[in-house]
Each structure stands twice: as C-alpha cells, then as structure tokens.
Design a protein. Structure first.
Lengths: 296, 325
C-alpha cells in the first residue's frame, strides 16, 4: 500500500511538468493565428532544409533564351531576366534568409543578453554607460542603423548579418535589463546571496532562466524583423550580392520589369511576406501563452 | 565569558543615499551576543531591524549603503573583509532566513538543487554528496518523503514546507549564527508554532545562536532570552525577556506591550478598545529633535524635545530615555 503511494508520488513532479507543457501546447493550438504562423514556419523550414531535393537544378545558372517567361508547367512561377526559375530561386533563397534570421538573432542575443544581464544586475556606472550607448542606438530607426553599418562594413552575406544583428542589440539589452532589474529584487536572489553564491552563479542560475520567456518571444519576433531588414538591404542592392538567390535582391531586380513581367517581383515579395507573417504570428501566439501579462 | 562572545556590534550605523538625501536606517546600534543564545530584536516596520541583520552579512548592495562601526564575529570585523572573504562567511558561519517563504525560493530550480547549491558552495563536496546531504537536511526539518520532495519545485510545496526548506538551506552548513528575519510572519498560527518548535530543536542540535527579528512579541516571549527594542534605527531598550514583559522601562516598549490583545486581559481604561501608541513613525528624513520618540511619548518632558536621551544602565538592562537618567 505504502509502496503504491510512494511510486505514485515519485511520478508526480514529472507528470506536473508534463501537464504544464501540455496545457501550454493546448493553449497554443487553440490560437488559430499562432497555428497558421507555425505552419508557415514549418513550410519555410522544410523548404530551406530540403531545397536540393525539392529543386535539384542550380538556381543560379542563367538561360538567356528563356528570360522573363510567365509561369508555366516547367517554371511554375516563371523566370527572371536571366531566365532562371523564380521558384528555384525562392526555394534556395529561403536558405539564405533562414541563415540570416538565425545569424542576426544570434548576434543580437550574443551581445545583447550578457550586456543586458550585467547592466540590470550591477546597476550604477556600468548600467549608466551601457544604457546611454543603447539610447544612442535606439535613437536611430533600426533599419537606418543597419544601413549605416552596411555603409561602414561593406556588402555581402556576413556583413548583412552583422549589421542587422547589431541594429537589434539594443532591443535585447533593454528587454533583458528590464527583466533582470525586477528579478534582481526578488527575495530568492537575496537568499542566494545570503548563502554566499557568487554573482556569476546568481546571474546564470537564478536570473537567466527567469528571463528566458521574454527572450523566447522576442527571438521569434526578431527573426521576422531580421528577414525583413535583410530583404530591405538586398532590395537596395547593398545586402547579399548576386548570384546568391536572396528574396530582397530578387524583388529589387524584378522592380524594373514590374509592368510587363510583374511575377518577377511579386513572388519573392509574397515569400518575404509569408515568412515574416509566420514568425510574427507565432511570436504573438507564444507571448499570449507564455506571458499573459504582456497581452494588450 | 569572553570566549563565549559570538557577535559584538559597536556603533553600527547604516545609511542609504537616496534622491531626497541621506537616510540613516540604523543609527549607533551596539549589541553583544553569546554562543547558544537567542537574541530577539523587536520594533515596528522600518525601525531598522532587518537592515541591522542585512548589515551583518553586508547584503545591502542596492541602493548602495554606507555601513560604519564594527561588527566583530568571532573576533573578526566583518566590515573589514573583502568580498570573497565575506562570501565564505555567508551561508557557512552565518546564514539567514527570510520573511516570505513564497518568494525566497527560486521558482525555476528544484528544492534539492537550491539546497545542494549552498552545500557545494561551502563544503567542497561532489554533486551527489551535496544532493544526499540536502535530502538529509529536508528530513531533519521534517519534510515528509524528502527524496521525492527534493525533486519538486517551490510552487509544489505549501508555505510552511517552503519555510522548512528555507531553514534546511540556511542550516545546511551548520552555521554558528542564524539571522531569522520575521521567520513566521507569513505563516498561519499552527504552522508558526511548528516552525518555532523546529527552530528551537535545531538550535540545540546544531548549536546555533539565533538573532530573531520580529514584530511579534509572542514569538519573542517564546524563543528569546534577551530582547532589543528598536525604534527609528536606535536600540531604545535592552533587557532579559522576563524583565521586559514584567516591567518595561521605555515608554515605547510600554506602548508596544499595551497594544497587544491578551485573552482575559482587563483593559485599564475601561474602554472596549485596544491601547495604541498615538501618532505615526516620523520619516527618517525628518528626524524629530531630541528624543526620536518624543512626539508620540506619553511621558514627554521638556528635555526630551531638546536633547538626545542618554543610554542608562540599570540592573543589567539598558534604556535610552530621560525618564531613568
């Protein structure tokens, strides 16, 4: 008898953690917009990962004989000015934009997270210094900042990631600092200090896990913004350079044929739209489930 | 006798620099504490009880506090130690339990993780050893099925159990001194009694001295041997617990004792109402001249308004009042 009670109780913690996860999952599934966003992201990920399987030909080999063709069975979304399949370029472009999205968010997190933690936890002069730099960066619209950084660093995939990434750093700093400030004052942080825990351990073990929820939400939303910014730079011709298939650049070069071959610009535009929509919808959905306080 | 002296505080003054000026939260507190003793500190909210305790462990990082005076713990002045040295004392020789068991445990870590973290910090044992010691501590504080409970998160425990877990964490390194800051305030009465019993028992078992900070005079009567009464950052009276309850010297202490409802107590005034101390605690930014208590004192004299009262020694008691000068 005692044994059954014991073994039942032994399973409780796991079961409770499990139900919490399941409850969140159920809430997320009830949110139609989030589900739609999630499906978009799923399609996007599958496309990016399986690009060579879905489209076995080269997306960059020109075929000038067949330039600016309208959608057909052979080229479902038509061809561009160099006769390359737009479908193929969109499929391969998803890899580039996924790389950019992950890269940008990583740069933002890698720089913004530690600075935000330090700024919020230590306060004082360190905080003042970091926050004034953040203020200065936030004074520029994000895209303008990325643009200025590209002007300094130069064009290309790597520099696009760095520039857009840095333009997102202040957002992460602010977010993490704000959360750290409120968690720092919690009694459990004081209690940890009272047993002699080092600052570094307090930051990593006691504060960081409590900051993860807003970071998760911001990361999902940030990926959408990153794709949009990178596409913007590509559109202006200062992002990822041809012949790499990049949605923004495709949109930019298709602009010249908008009147007699509108599909050249339209389809990459739709691709950008759907990818960004996917990240934004799922980001909002995550926020609603994980952090109901933020709901407006 | 002197080797029994565990903690000796002299002229402790803790000040906070805030926007409106300099606030002196603790003003010239001196106290001696002997090994194995339970010392009670009572007073209203904001009188400096907690700040005194936090000053001992130098836990006042924000807003930045200025701590002056000397805090001799086993002959070492804690205020002279560098950060690494004080960290070795925290949780090891001196530890602390807090008022709110709801918020003093981290919601994202299991109970076992939090207790074993404290153990690993000071005892240099492996993860497994620390874990089994943590489970052992949970058993000592009488948490049922500690093996299972150690894997649970704070929200899965009741308030009383969380406070037990806090006590387990605080005592896990067998500290010589335990600072208990309102340990029972957030708990209901039956649980309070259990926690008091537990603390009494563990005090004997681990040979720990306790500084008991509270505004609950009943708890003081139950646990403490000597009592300090604080008002606006100063110790206004110090006495053995029996003397304090029988014959309080300071008008503030008298007021405090009269404001407790006792079952079967006859109200002197014949009113069906509880006696209270008139007025409110003044702001620490606008200290009254002379004695800090004079605006609320029922025995106020002219000199109280002009000059600070002297510390009067009387039959092994101390009182900060002109009445006894």
């Amino acid at each position: 008898m005692t044994e059954t009670i014991q073994s039942q109780a032994l399973r409780t913690p796991y079961r409770q953690a499990d139900t919490q996860l399941r409850r969140n999952w159920a809430k997320l599934r009830r949110n139609k917009a989030a589900v739609f966003g999630g499906i978009l992201i799923l399609i996007y990920l599958v496309t990016a990962l399986l690009a060579p399987v879905i489209f076995p030909r080269s997306p960059s080999a020109p075929n000038l004989m067949r330039s600016l063709e309208r959608p057909s069975i052979e080229h479902p979304l038509g061809t561009d000015e160099l006769g390359r399949s737009i479908l193929g370029r969109i499929i391969y472009g998803s890899r580039v934009s996924l790389l950019i999205a992950i890269g940008v968010v990583s740069v933002g997190l890698l720089v913004g997270l530690p600075l935000g933690l330090i700024s919020g936890y230590y306060g004082g002069k360190v905080d003042f210094g970091i926050q004034r730099v953040t203020d200065t960066m936030l004074a520029f619209p994000g895209f303008l900042l990325a643009l200025a950084l590209v002007a300094v660093l130069g064009v290309g995939l790597k520099n696009t990631i760095i520039s857009v990434g840095i333009s997102m750093v202040p957002i992460y700093i602010r977010l993490v600092r704000g959360c750290t400030l409120s968690i720092r004052e919690q009694t459990y942080v004081e209690a940890a200090r009272a047993v002699g825990t080092r600052d570094m351990t307090i930051l990593l073990r006691h504060i960081l896990p409590n900051v993860m929820t807003p970071i998760t939400i911001q990361t999902s939303l940030g990926m959408g913004t990153a794709i949009l910014f990178a596409a913007g730079l590509g559109f202006l011709g200062i992002g990822v350079q041809p012949p790499t298939p990049e949605w923004g650049a495709m949109l930019g070069s298709g602009r010249a044929y908008l009147f007699h071959a509108p599909h050249v610009a339209t389809f990459p535009g739709i691709a950008i739209f759907l990818a960004v929509l996917g990240f934004n919808l799922s980001g909002d959905g995550l926020r609603d489930v994980l952090d109901p306080r933020f709901r407006i | 006798m002197s080797q029994d002296l565990l903690l000796s505080i002299r002229h402790l003054r803790t000040r906070f620099r805030i926007y409106e000026g300099l606030v002196t939260a603790v003003d010239g507190v001196s106290l001696d504490m002997y090994r194995g003793e339970t010392l009670g500190i009572v007073g209203e909210s904001g009188c400096g009880k907690s700040v005194t305790a936090l000053s001992i462990l130098r836990l006042l990082a924000s807003p930045p506090a200025e701590i002056q005076g000397t805090i001799l713990f086993e002959g070492v002045n804690l205020l002279d130690l560098n950060l690494d040295e004080i960290r070795k004392i925290r949780g090891n020789a001196i530890s602390m339990i807090f008022q709110e068991p709801m918020t003093s445990l981290n919601p994202v870590l299991t109970i076992g993780e939090q207790i074993s973290e404290a153990i690993r910090l000071h005892q240099g044992v492996t993860r497994q050893e620390a874990w089994s010691k943590a489970v052992e501590m949970l058993r000592i504080v009488q948490i049922p099925s500690p093996d299972i409970r150690s894997h649970e998160y704070p929200h899965q425990l009741s308030g009383g159990m969380r406070q037990r877990a806090m006590i387990a964490m605080a005592l896990s390194c067998h500290p010589r001194l335990l600072l208990a800051d309102e340990p029972t305030t957030a708990l209901d009465v039956t649980i309070q009694a259990q926690i008091v019993d537990l603390m009494e028992r563990l005090k004997e078992e681990f040979d720990t001295s306790i500084v008991l900070i509270t505004h609950n005079l009943g708890l003081i009567a139950e646990m403490a041997k000597r009592v300090l009464v604080m008002y606006m950052g100063k110790v206004v009276e110090e006495a053995p617990v029996g003397d304090l309850f029988q014959e309080p010297l300071h008008p503030y202490t008298q007021g405090l004792l009269e404001s407790i409802p006792w079952i079967g107590k006859k109200l002197k005034t014949g009113r069906r109402q509880l006696q209270e101390i008139p007025g409110i605690v003044p702001s620490l930014l606008e200290l009254p001249e002379g004695c800090r208590f004079h605006p609320r004192c029922s025995h106020v004299m002219d000199i109280c308004r002009k000059e600070e009262p002297p510390l009067v020694q009387k039959d092994g008691r101390r009182v900060l009042c002109w009445l006894w000068a």
